[in-house]
Design a protein around this ligand. Structure first.
Ligand SMILES: Nc1nc2c(c(=O)[nH]1)N[C@H]1C(S)=C(S)[C@@H](COP(=O)(O)O)O[C@H]1N2
Ligand SMILES: [Mo]
Length: 399
């Protein structure tokens, strides 16, 4: 008995399977407060209240962004430091404020969907509709740049150098976007609303192709540097700072036990990473005994996998915020409003698998993705420090 598909999807794009207590649907857009939060700091900046939030410049009125060369040189290799025609600083009153950023957004604004995923966590953090101004258009405020090889940026960190969480992109990545790709940008709206402190507001960097560590929250400073090295906080923690999101399937924690004669429904998600998404596959392992270990990659490669559907695009009118049409989003056809790929580039979709007629016994459902190059998860980048993408499974018993 294999895994078969159910189509149950209500108009809002969430899963609706009417089987007692089995399905925990994921809304297409994760509400701002429901993302899994990954935040450093003591106190964590998003927990600040009242005057402390104002003093941290984390309110829409007090938020400011400084952009300046960092003055770094390291002779003989790095002889000269980065130069900018203009710097934006708090000291001389030129730092960018939110109304000025939003004004820039009137002519240069972009919107797109992005799945947020941590390199070190085996579960997507959420998916948002992010809105803001490409980093390149913000950098243009600084006029002519010289000897700038990387752009690095950091958020509010309680004025304590030990708490700095910073990341970087190369000058080229900031300035150019290949066709079909999405630009790095400074986001000030999430799901049609201002970004709350818990999600990194008022302004957060969003780097679409990367794991979460490039998407710095409570953004306050951008430094232009001639240091060619990735000076990311994550680089110092044994992570690959140039890793891209991986194409991967995720399996929810479903029911552990199910009465015989009732269908068993398992829900999960897929993220379309750097190498794109071709299809989802599932493998139902039968005849398990209590205490059996999970299958390893070598055994799973030889398993009998079956193609399974992911849920189709939702009704955009129902999932997007008021006043936002799908044709306005990057990654969508501006005429038809249909997504150019599914899931969208660096986006996420759900899947639901329902199994009928399972005999009493122990089972394990595994799910994996096949990317556009035909590579099956956890290939082509099984190394954990480039992002977790182990094949996930859910174990259950039919009684
Ligand atoms: N300023 C700041 N930005 C940050 C972090 C942080 O600790 N401080 N954590 C990063 C990491 S490691 C991840 S995975 C994402 C998580 O984003 P989320 O909390 O909105 O889900 O934020 C990133 N941005
Ligand atoms: Mo992370």
């Amino acid at each position: 008995m294999g895994a078969s598909q159910v189509g149950g999807q209500d108009q809002a794009g969430s899963v609706s399977v009417s089987v007692e207590g089995v399905v925990s649907p994921h809304p297409f857009l994760t509400p701002a407060e429901d993302f899994y939060t990954v935040a450093r700091g003591n106190p964590k900046p998003h927990t600040l209240q009242g005057q402390a939030l104002i003093d941290a410049r984390m309110t829409p009125e007090t938020w400011r962004l400084e952009i300046a060369p960092d003055g770094f040189s390291e002779p003989p290799d790095i002889k000269e430091s980065a130069k900018a025609e203009k710097s934006l600083t708090l000291a001389d009153g030129t730092a960018l404020d939110l109304p000025a950023l939003e004004k820039l957004g009137e002519t240069h604004g972009v919107k797109y969907l992005k799945a947020m995923q941590c390199l070190n966590i085996a579960e997507p953090l959420g998916q948002g509709l992010w809105e803001g101004v490409p980093l390149r258009d913000v950098l243009r405020l600084c006029g002519k740049l010289e000897n700038v090889r990387r752009i690095y940026y950091l958020g509010f960190h309680n004025h304590d150098p030990k708490q700095i969480f910073q990341s970087s992109v190369s000058y080229t990545q900031a300035m150019e976007t290949p066709p079909g790709e999405l630009p790095a940008f400074l986001a000030y709206r999430l799901n049609g609303e201002p970004i709350p402190p818990v999600r990194g507001g008022p302004v957060r960097m969003i780097v679409p192709w990367a794991h979460g560590f490039k998407s710095i929250k409570w953004l306050q400073q951008i430094y232009l540097t001639n240091d060619y090295r990735t000076n990311d906080t994550y680089a110092l923690k044994n992570n690959d700072p140039e890793s891209y999101l991986k194409t991967a399937a995720y399996v929810d924690d479903g029911p552990e036990s199910s009465p015989a004669g009732k269908p068993v429904t398992i829900v999960g998600r897929v993220i379309s990473g750097l190498s794109g998404f071709q299809r989802l596959e599932t493998f139902l392992r039968t005849g398990l005994k209590e205490g059996d270990r999970r299958l390893g990659d070598d055994e799973l490669r030889e398993a009998t996998w079956e193609t399974a559907d992911i849920l189709p695009p939702p009704n955009w009118k129902l999932v997007l915020p008021e006043g936002v049409a799908s044709r306005d989003l990057l990654g969508f056809d501006p005429k038809t409003g249909d997504p150019l790929s599914w899931p969208t580039r660096y986006g996420m979709a759900s899947w639901v698998v329902t199994m009928n007629g399972l005999k009493p016994g122990r089972y394990e459902l595994y799910a994996r993705t096949i990317d556009h190059n035909g590579d099956a998860q956890p290939e082509p980048r099984p190394m954990r420090k480039a992002g977790k993408n182990e094949i996930q499974s859910h174990r259950f018993e039919v009684v």
